[in-house]
Design a protein around this ligand. Sequence first.
Ligand code: COA
Length: 260
Amino acid sequence: MDFQTISYQKSGHAGIISINRPDKLNALNSTVLAEMDGAITLAESDPEVAAVIITGSGEKSFVAGADISELDKLSVTTGKEFAEKGQALFGRIERFGKPIIAAINGYALGGGSELAWACHIRIASTNAKFGQPEVSLGIIPGYGGSQRLVRLAGRGIATELIVTGNQIDAETALRLRLVNAVVDQAQLLPTAMKMVDTIATRAPAAVNLALQAIEAAVQTGQSEGMKIEAQLFALSCGTEDKKEGTSAFLGKRKPIWKGR
Ligand code: COA
């Protein structure tokens, strides 16, 4: 598939989506959203892809937000549609059946931060900057930022970031547990790739079921989440890979996964 505003490449077991509008610091417009959706569909159906990495092209910006020239034209009616469209894509990322790692290589502002919050794992380069500057433009986060950031960072930190619009650097994001790790820019993709390589050695169906269980922890209360976990655990016990994983351990050999 040919893309104009993103690139999609496979490297080893990773599907790498790179948002590619460097002249606009990789701002998200409607074409970027549609093309990201297309790339995610490619990654979904490809058994060679164990996990997805989302990054921005260049060394300055992951995503500098939604495209402000599109925001400029929004009305009450189109604003709702705009938010729902972004929320649908970011919701798909959050619920995706394979791990999605954000490799944040610079500015992650507005929709860029929201994209990072929707990914399962976040690795930042030392020059990364996060922020929800929407109130500086007279709007509020519309791609899930007000919801996901509260869950990730707690209400106080989320409120401070959203109502001040201030930026935070990568080390602060690490301290607030908004990112898993901070590495030099040159190490960003290698670090994400190493994580993908590890994931690729694990039972694919179990990885998928684990993602569903973790999602239940975010979406439901603990007692409901426990029920969902038990159901998903039961499903994992019915897979061929579970038989293979336990037999391989007991037989002191490496497992050979079938992915079912
Ligand atoms: N939407 C549209 N265009 C954007 C953009 C966005 N979110 N962010 C940056 N750009 C464009 C700039 O307009 C500029 O385009 P031009 O060269 O055609 O004038 C280009 O990207 C480079 O940006 P510039 O502002 O010159 O770079 P900088 O290094 O001086 O500043 C930022 C970098 C990220 C601090 C600044 O671009 C910025 O504040 N961007 C908006 C961030 C934002 O509010 N995002 C949230 C939207 S909800």
